[in-house]
Design a protein around this ligand. Structure first.
Ligand SMILES: Cc1cc2nc3c(=O)[nH]c(=O)nc-3n(C[C@H](O)[C@H](O)[C@H](O)COP(=O)(O)OP(=O)(O)OC[C@H]3O[C@@H](n4cnc5c(N)ncnc54)[C@H](O)[C@@H]3O)c2cc1C
Length: 530
């Protein structure tokens, strides 16, 4: 038998075994499905030999064992909404493991303050389930949380909703059930005691930490237990305009240190222009409806709606930076006091403007993920790094120097750029340069974007020279982050993670991989391992 014939035979045999475990309808082998699972938001790569959708942790464990025995790579995938080749392996045959059917909220324990959920559940599913209990997780989701999952967020350091006060997803974690490369289901956290329940993270070494931010290189997260806190009843929204990025970042650092804003984010003028273009009149009306609904009807809804209408669409100067804060309080006095702290810290360094942006964002935190395409149908890709609070201005200046070096290339290919900035607890400022360029969409976009929205957008021809230029600029920005000691979360197969590691840290990481996955089948290539 030739090598190709042998590979085809082995793939067919494995597919049949997988179908026996999960049921024939839950193994996808059609070419278009495989092509889709071989793409993320940015990269079109090697298609997996099959896609498998386990419906229970036991099925997941059997799937892992079968693939490992066959020497086929396991490529765990949650919502698929990342852009760093986290689940796309171009160098080896693999099986995509779609966690989407493991989406049950298993236990809400309000008395002991935790929730246990299967890792294929989305942040929206979890938040909806907790709403009836008037509880929430401290970090409560990404802006992609309509589709992005708990497992994806924990695997790559997700931040946003609640991150201003509670940091990244992993900081809300109490324990995990992880399927290891040999199919073993390992419990980490207090319930590692076989008689215990997952109410506490530390029980011996903090093994949960090993699996957070691993991009699935160490195992597949099947169940997660997260902390619960009461939902706040009052929220205040604040927006400010700033003349320059350094002043904005200094103010953001001050607010982050004070620990009062649940979300604190900002746009540079480039990003502001994109946002203004995106907002159509139809979306204005929809957003207004959502804000009024979120305000719960009655006079309060009317007041919120009026505020938006009066603010209009041009309350922000397109040449300025803008910062936005959502401030939660347990009652009106608490929320007002925190909002006053924010105002005092900004002082005369910024100008307070209509708070339409955070208001609209909070009224529908888990919106359709349409912003993965530019407002005129262009392609979109971000790259990010987080630095210590005092280092924001220097990092931004270094990134601008990289953009300047690529000025001619950007102009030649019509590549636009902007920045999203965000605070993470009282620890860090995240800086996210974003690139837009005219280029054709991938199958991924056509399947994932809201069809109504997609129908209104223009299309572009394939533009490989521009795409290659974007990849060069993005790689230079990632290198710049690494050289400035920044940390990046969605490491996947993209960032210069290994290049930046201290030799001792690199050796420890390689040893952990060797111990957990000696055959190198678990998402090989992620974190630069295996
Ligand atoms: C429009 C848009 C908005 C976004 N907003 C945010 C935001 O607000 N904050 C933010 O941090 N990011 C954001 N992102 C990036 C991305 O959506 C998030 O990082 C999100 O956490 C990805 O989750 P996912 O379930 O889609 O993971 P996937 O993309 O499916 O996977 C991500 C990585 O985790 C691994 N993985 C997934 N599930 C598991 C599992 N159960 N066990 C082990 N490994 C697993 C994968 O192999 C891969 O390496 C956004 C992206 C888009 C397109």
């Amino acid at each position: 038998m030739s090598t190709t014939a042998r590979a085809t035979h082995d793939a067919a045999k494995l597919t049949a075994q997988l179908a026996h475990v999960v049921g024939p309808g839950q193994v996808l082998t059609q070419e278009e499905d495989r092509e889709f699972y071989g793409q993320d938001v940015h990269h079109a790569g090697r298609a997996p030999i099959a896609v498998v959708r386990p419906g229970s942790v036991e099925e997941l464990s059997s799937v892992v064992r079968l693939c490992a025995e066959a020497g086929i790579a396991l490529l765990p995938r949650g919502g698929g909404l990342s852009y760093t080749q986290g689940y796309v392996c171009d160098t080896r045959d693999g099986v995509a493991v779609d966690l989407g059917r493991l989406d049950r909220v298993l236990e809400v324990n309000a008395a002991d303050g935790y929730v246990t959920v299967e890792c294929g559940a989305t942040w929206k599913q979890l938040d909806d389930a907790l709403a009836t209990h008037r509880m929430r997780t401290p970090f409560w989701g990404t802006l992609s949380g309509l589709r992005a999952t708990i497992g994806g967020g924990l695997s790559q350091g997700a931040i946003f909703l609640g991150s201003g006060t509670h940091g990244a997803a992993a900081e809300s974690l109490l324990g995990l059930d992880v399927v290891l490369a040999d199919g073993t289901v390992a419990r980490v956290g207090a319930h590692a005691n076989a008689r215990g329940k997952p109410f506490f993270r530390q029980f011996g070494p903090d093994l949960s930490g090993v699996f957070t931010g691993d991009c699935g290189a160490f195992g597949i997260k099947a169940r997660a237990t997260l902390r619960l806190i009461p939902r706040e009843s009052e929220t205040r929204f604040l927006s400010f305009s700033f003349r320059d990025g350094a002043t904005l970042l200094e103010c953001m650092a001050g607010i982050a240190r004070a620990g009062v804003a649940s979300e604190l984010f900002a746009f540079d003028p480039g990003m502001q222009r994109v946002r203004m273009k995106r907002v159509s009149l139809a979306e204005d009306a929809r957003a207004l409806g959502q804000v009024m609904k979120a305000a719960g009807g009655g006079m309060k809804a009317l007041r919120e709606g009026t505020r938006i209408v009066m603010g209009g669409r041009h309350f922000l100067d397109e040449d300025e930076y803008s910062a936005h804060a959502s401030v939660d309080g347990h009652d009106a006095a608490d929320a007002d006091a925190k909002a006053d702290v924010v105002r005092r810290l900004v002082g005369s360094k910024g100008r307070e403007v209509q708070s339409t942006i955070p208001r609209v964002m909070r009224s529908n935190p888990f919106a359709e993920v349409n912003s993965m395409i530019g407002p005129s149908g262009e392609r979109w890709v971000p790259v990010h790094g987080s630095v210590a609070l005092s280092e924001g201005p220097a990092m931004l200046a270094a990134l601008e120097a990289v953009q300047e070096r690529h000025r001619q290339e950007r102009e030649r290919h019509d590549i636009a750029h902007g920045y999203l900035l965000c605070s993470i607890g009282d620890r860090a400022l995240l800086i996210e340069p974003v690139l837009y360029w005219p280029d054709s969409r991938l199958l991924f976009h056509d399947r994932v974007l809201d069809p109504e929205y997609l129908a209104r957008l223009p299309s572009y021809d394939e533009n490989l020279p521009a795409r290659a230029a974007v990849d060069r600029i993005r790689a230079d920005l990632a290198r710049c982050f690494m050289e400035h000691g920044a940390v990046s979360f969605q490491l996947g197969r993209f960032y210069f993670y290994q290049e930046g590691l201290d030799p001792g840290a690199a050796s420890l990481l390689a040893s952990i991989k060797q111990l957990l996955d000696p055959a190198g089948v678990m998402n090989p290539g992620c974190l630069g391992l295996g």
